[in-house]
Design a protein around this ligand. Structure first.
Ligand SMILES: [Zn+2]
Length: 125
């Protein structure tokens, strides 16, 4: 598969695939004319890479994660999961804040003690 088709299939720009090739993350075969030729296996790796990126991993971290035997792999994944959990808590806070704001009876949010509490990280743990 040509790079343009692979890029469309994965949902990234072509230059992203070229970059991933340059750094050795996913390196396709080359046609006789020198064009990149992505196999099903390459597409599969690209999808995994894209999924890892979408949960916020860096390319360096993804390279560790792609190989089961890499040392440091479990730490990278554990750290990423903690990071996602913290993000989820922030999003849930934001959602609670908005749920309150829509019903808040104060004419100005800044006069509402409850509204003012949101976003306050509280005492250090
Ligand atoms: Zn309020």
């Amino acid at each position: 598969m040509r790079i343009a088709d692979a890029a469309r299939e994965i949902g990234v720009a072509e230059h992203v695939l070229r970059h991933w090739d340059d750094i050795g993350a996913v390196s396709p075969e080359r046609t006789a004319a020198g064009h990149r030729d992505y196999s099903d296996e390459h597409l599969h790796r690209l999808r995994v890479l894209r999924a890892c990126q979408e949960v916020g991993m860096s390319l360096a971290e993804i390279r560790l994660v792609l190989h089961r035997d890499e040392s440091g792999r479990t730490e990278v994944i554990t750290r990423q999961r903690e990071h996602l959990r913290a993000q989820r808590e922030r999003l849930e806070d934001a959602e609670r804040f908005l749920a309150h704001v829509i019903d808040c009876r104060h004419d100005l949010l800044t006069r509402c003690p409850e509204c003012s509490l949101y976003g306050d990280p509280g005492p250090p743990a």
